[in-house]
Design a protein around this ligand. Structure first.
Ligand code: MG
Length: 341
């Protein structure tokens, strides 16, 4: 059982600005798991604000020893052991999780949505993300997103109403808003949410900083729109606490260490009556296609990460009628391609 990894840097089509940062590239680590002539692909996407890097991922992955296991089918034990190696390193852990899932699905000759017994007709529309920008660029990006039925808008900057008005100049599509913790005063946050509720906005993601849980409990009682936790929920163990301040959670493979835990998070969230969104980082079609396998189980998907980059290395899940549909190929359903630059 051989695990190998290579660093790669994604080029973003547009400089991407959210309430807390701005960037034009994303470091990723590509992982291959090879056994019995089958190769499983995985990926760690590491936006710098989350603390992982090419260096941390290389160091962590060098310590992953799969040789000691009898079979890759011992997935629960293997992933538990990898998680126990060190705290953090969520994206690096996700890369191994995705590669093992890809390998197992290929060995079984089935895509994961079929192994999990899911119905692709239940996949919701995915959104396309518009970062914080000037009105002209916001209008251009909105027009570029023509194939998408829903847009996700980054707010929490200085020009929130201008952003929304610029988009509304061009389209009346439903919007999902992500404030990325940018609203620190709860009364102002409520006023903004009430204003947005009149403008065909579906949900509000992470309106306030993750430490302000009491303000979130106050806001949840009064908000006319569902509030979705992103920065407040990384892993399974964060969900119970977040349930008091949010109506739902945004699950991302890179936050939660991969498909195994993401699946468990969906089940726990449902048992607590929470809504579920499935999101992503900027990443190649490798990690996007892995996430797409789970998408029949969620209320909203935001799987546009591979659409935001110009040097994808995989072909897999693709946009059909506004939905990010997995391919019917086994595993996570991807094939490796040469980057088109
Ligand atoms: Mg978010």
């Amino acid at each position: 059982m051989k695990l190998s990894f290579t660093q790669y840097t994604l080029s973003l089509k547009h400089t991407f600005t959210i309430a807390t940062s701005s960037r034009s590239t994303t470091p990723v680590m590509l992982v291959e798991f090879e056994h019995e002539g089958i190769v499983g692909y995985g990926e760690a996407s590491m936006p710098p604000y989350l603390g992982e890097s090419h260096e941390t991922a290389a160091r962590f992955l060098a310590n992953v020893n799969l040789e000691k296991y009898e079979s890759p089918f011992l997935l629960e034990r293997i992933l538990h052991d990898i998680d126990s190696l060190e705290s953090g390193n969520h994206a690096a852990k996700a890369a191994v999780d995705i590669a093992l899932h890809d390998w197992l699905g290929k060995k079984l000759d089935q895509p994961w949505y079929r192994i999990w017994g899911l119905d692709l007709s239940e996949i919701p529309f995915t959104s396309y993300t518009i970062g914080i920008d000037t009105p002209d660029i916001v209008r251009t990006k909105t027009e570029e997103a023509e194939a998408y039925r829903v847009l996700k808008v980054k707010l929490g900057g200085e020009n929130d109403k201008e952003m929304i008005n610029s988009i509304r100049d061009v389209t009346d599509k439903p919007l999902r808003v992500d404030a990325n913790q940018g609203w620190t005063d709860r009364s102002n946050a409520l006023k903004m949410i009430e204003w947005l509720a009149l403008r065909n906005v579906e949900i509000i993601e992470q309106p306030m900083p993750k430490g302000q849980i009491e303000d979130m409990m106050w806001l949840k009682e009064k908000s006319p729109l569902p509030l979705i936790a992103d920065e407040s929920v990384a892993r399974l163990s964060d969900i119970v606490m977040a349930a008091s301040g949010f109506h739902g959670i945004n699950i991302k493979l890179m936050k939660c260490t991969g498909l195994r835990e993401a699946h468990k998070m969906i089940l726990l969230a449902r048992s607590l009556g929470l809504k579920v969104m499935l999101g992503c980082m900027t990443e190649t079609s490798c990690a996007i296609s892995a996430a797409a396998q789970l998408s029949p189980l969620v209320d909203w998907t935001d799987l546009d990460g591979s659409a935001l980059i110009s040097n994808d290395l995989f072909r897999g899940a693709s946009l059909h009628n506004g939905k990010m549909m997995p391919s019917s190929a086994p595993g996570i359903g991807v094939e490796r391609i040469e980057a088109i630059i």
